[in-house]
Ligand binder design. Structure first.
Ligand code: CP
Length: 309
């Protein structure tokens, strides 16, 4: 039995297999319509979500399985003081696989101990968001045709943005990735990622203050929202929230095949006028999230396509 806690839990070869499966599910959904018949997914979300929770639920339903769960701590017995490990232990008697989001870094790791069913980290505080990373890897591979030899600009809240932290760790395993960090001083990438990933692996990176100065270099521009919920004081959030707004004007010098990504939700950081630009990939990215989560559920449950059973 396996869990998914970190973007590094799968080897590069295993990721390749998983992304190939996601691609086949996208092309031939009918082959997988009964793969999880009789299985249940529990979604335990202690923090708000639209894409992750609903794409997990859609994924399980598309595989012929069923779903149960809660979408906020307030609607669960956490509001009465129940611990995460007790909740997960109980739910493991009701479901075959669990996806959990929690505002505290490490909560899913603690929950995974002694657990008899697979658990997936669906986002833990400002730490990791491995299934968003799977979504991002599928998007990059689909849009760029490769996962190596790319210049990736990451823009916005690099301090609290768990999708950024997870994607950097995952992309650091591919050849010749050049990272450009675009953020205000206060929202720069945490030191531990610079030391543990960039410095340890001798990976090229630089910090810049504007997206305009690096736009012509980028193959991928990964925009992020300033994470209001992780700020200690509202004045700082208000000062920083509109630090970067991508609009048509800023794309004038961009490559014709730039891939603009965003894990969503978007607040102001991408003008809606960019949505019709063929380089805008963020809504496709959200859709790929469903296919890759179908592939993940199948992999962790060890089930195969209908015709192979
Ligand atoms: N990208 C993402 O995690 O979105 P949600 O918060 O809506 O799940």
């Amino acid at each position: 039995m396996r869990h998914l806690m970190s973007p590094l839990d799968f080897s590069v070869e295993e990721l390749e297999t998983l992304l190939n499966l996601a691609g086949d599910i996208e092309k031939h959904p009918e082959k997988y319509a009964h793969a999880c018949e009789g299985k249940k997914l529990a979604t335990l979300f202690y923090e708000p979500s639209t894409r992750t929770r609903l794409s997990f639920e859609a994924a399980m339903m598309n595989l012929g399985g069923t779903v149960l769960g809660f979408s906020s701590a307030n609607s669960s017995s956490a509001s009465k003081g129940e611990s995460v490990s007790d909740t997960v232990r109980v739910v493991s008697g009701y479901a075959d696989i669990i996806a959990m989001r929690h505002p505290k870094e490490g909560a899913p790791y603690a929950a995974a101990r002694k657990l008899s069913v697979p658990i997936i980290n669906a986002g833990d505080g400002g730490h990791n968001h491995p299934t968003q990373t799977l979504t991002d890897l599928m998007t990059i591979r689909r849009e760029k045709g490769k996962l190596d030899n790319l210049t990736i600009g990451m823009c916005g809240d690099l301090k609290f943005g768990r999708t950024v932290h997870s994607l950097i760790k995952a992309m650091s395993r591919y050849e010749n990735i050049n990272f450009i960090m675009i953020s205000p001083e206060e929202l720069r990438l945490p030191d531990y990622i610079i030391k543990d990933v960039f410095e340890k692996k001798n990976i090229k990176y630089k910090n810049v203050r504007t997206m305009e100065e690096v736009m012509p270099e980028l193959d991928i521009l990964y925009m992020t929202r300033v994470q209001k919920e992780r700020f200690f004081n509202e004045a700082d959030y208000i000062r920083l929230k509109d630090s970067f707004i991508l609009d048509e004007r800023k794309l004038v010098d961009a490559k014709k095949d730039l891939c603009i990504m965003h894990p969503l939700p978007r607040v102001n950081e991408i003008s809606t006028k960019v949505d019709d630009d063929p380089r805008a990939c963020y809504f496709k990215q959200a859709l790929y999230g469903k296919y890759v989560r179908m592939a993940l559920i199948m992999t962790l449950l060890g089930v195969s396509a209908d015709e192979d059973r």
